[in-house]
Design a protein around this ligand. Structure first.
Ligand SMILES: Cc1cn([C@H]2C[C@H](O)[C@@H](COP(=O)(O)OP(=O)(O)O[C@H]3O[C@H](C)C(=O)[C@H](O)[C@H]3O)O2)c(=O)[nH]c1=O
Length: 193
């Protein structure tokens, strides 16, 4: 398992080992023990999500769930290719409003860990792209929120208007958004990475 820091403190790239042979490959996509042995103890995951986006240029985000149902997410791409983005929205954080992105694909096997207190979104770079992600809390529609994808200066790598849901097309811009999250200091797990 490779664990890499990103430009955004708390957000990590994980790359599980693939065992290739003439049939293809085998990979343990998630193992609490493997991460613990590598010095990384993430919160417990309680729900797995899976979505398919038929068209390239489909953008889902930027989403969050507010406390008491804030979600950490461990994201990977099961088919196709996407650009995954996290944004720190913890009030008082030294990196408030800053973003980081990473291309996740079936080919590269990368995963992105996005802690609670961060927005999550992605744009697909191929048709029929599937995303799978583990969440640290259950879906809580009353706590569901969004911030406009184009209000943070993210370089999504798309030309023109992406495909958006009505919810995402109508999300508030970051400057008019009152975040429900407050910075509580650095994440403990960063020290061991
Ligand atoms: C998120 C979620 C949704 N749903 C239902 C609610 C809707 O009827 C339908 C589609 O939901 P939504 O349009 O919010 O799906 P996405 O636009 O893919 O949103 C997700 O994509 C971004 C990138 C995320 O990180 C979040 O997990 C989530 O916000 O699935 C559920 O039943 N359970 C769930 O956990």
């Amino acid at each position: 398992m490779q664990i890499q820091k990103t430009s955004l403190p708390g957000v990590l790239v994980l790359v599980p080992r693939r065992f290739g042979d003439e049939r293809g490959f085998f990979c343990e996509s998630w193992s609490r023990k493997t991460l613990h042995d590598a010095g990384l103890d993430l919160p417990e995951f309680v729900q797995d999500n899976h979505s398919l986006s038929a068209a390239a240029g489909t953008l889902r985000g930027l989403h969050f769930q507010a406390p008491p149902h804030a979600q950490g997410k461990l994201v990977r791409c099961g088919r196709g290719r996407l650009f995954d983005v996290a944004v720190d929205i913890r009030k008082g954080s030294p990196s408030y409003g800053r973003w980081t992105g990473c291309e996740l694909s079936f080919e590269n096997g990368r995963q992105l860990w996005i802690p609670p207190g961060f927005l999550h979104g992605f744009v697909t770079r191929e048709p029929d792209t599937e995303i799978l992600y583990k969440c640290t809390d259950y879906y809580a529609p009353d706590c569901d929120g969004a911030v406009a994808w184009d209000s943070i200066g993210i370089d999504w790598g798309v030309s023109g208007q992406p495909i958006l849901s009505a919810k995402d097309a109508g999300a508030p811009v970051l400057n008019e958004f009152d975040s429900p999250f407050t910075y509580e200091g650095p994440f403990g797990y960063e020290a061991g990475i």
